[in-house]
Design a protein around this ligand. Sequence first.
Ligand code: PHE
Length: 447
Amino acid sequence: MANRGNWNSKIGFILAAAGSAVGLGNLWRFPYTAGNNGGGAFLICYLLSVIIIALPVLIAEITLGRFTQKNPVGAYQTIRNTWLWKGVGFIGVASGFMILSFYSVVAGWTVGYFTKSVRGHFIGITPTIAKEQFGTFAADSLFQLVLLSIFILLTIYVVSKGVSGGIEKYSKILMPMLLGILLLMLIRSLTLKGASEGVEFYLNPDFSKITAKTIVAAMGQAFFSLSLGMGTMITYGSYLSKKDNIPSAAAWVVGIDTLVAIMAGFIIFPALFSQGMNPADWGPGAMFEALPVLFDKMPLGMLFGPLFFLLLAIAALTSTISILEVPVAYFIDQKGWGRKKAACIIGAIALLFGIPSALSQGAVPALGKLPLVNTDFLDLWNFIWGNLSLSIGALMVAIFVAYVWKSQKAIAEIRGSSTFKLAPLWEVLIKYISPILIFIILLGFFL
Ligand code: PHE
């Protein structure tokens, strides 16, 4: 156990967990997914998913982690040592590899776009040139691989420093910085000419747009954004001290994450609408095609541009750290590896898995349009691992905590350190509402 470590303070845990939650999921994935799925209608499905489905699962994951003090595989095994549950934990570890692989590609873009904006590549840019620039950027295989490697190396560096020495120290500085920069962006975006049209699309729900696809996208987005369903919050919970108040920590994490997603919408929607971009057409690269034009048009844009991409890179780093931490904790706990060795080897493997995603946006045309699914490799990976796999993982956590470990035992663990007045409500949510809804939504999507 000497290798495991602990958070130094409760605020350290909240910042680290919020750092994990807040990332490309909020700023890159949320706006384009909302744009593709009807704007306001998606927002409502998303908020409902967060409160009714995801928050109870978040409490379950943190509590399971703190009780067992283990990585996901070890956590399941401690309570029920069967192949089924070991397998479920293992799928979480595998999802970690896969999410890290494509996530780091987009994170690499933020670094690339940071350097492009600092070097003034966006001065006098038009929408057509911006599209071309992204095309050229994404088709440059060598540059794509360099950016992916840089990002994975940064992640390995922080994770190998360990829980409180690395993750906590960085999150403490980075999270507040990030919120400050976002606020500036928001004020700027809302005062743009034509902003109101974007706000309207974002806040005015058109319920006729809600389909099985909208709902599964909204639910998957809630899990992705809150880092649920693969064991991140089990792992982070395992470093939480026995004195901390779990429901309040969970509420803080959900509050901060949702606030940032909503703010991101208020930044991206008005910006894109003022430029006449049709939200139904937004894809993984859309943000990178659209924002340079915005920055060029706005006063102080040459300052806001680099700031924004720096902010995104920082937010992405506090998330990739938490993704890599899951397999690293597994190899430390279960295989007795050292932290540095685990971080380096797993990071290197994730890098290899990331190569097809990195080359799928123009560098290798065959990866850009896969047969049958009719989408590119990155987008496909994003959906399989970032949406379906996390939803199944979250369903399994809910079932495990409610029925295998038993919700009453979880409540006792929570009450060991704080009052939990809403325990009866949480019990109903984790036993019935959350798992049944996840199941029905997944079923509705597949049928
Ligand atoms: N929640 C992170 C984000 O929104 C992504 C993430 C997913 C992190 C799953 C950990 C686990 O960017």
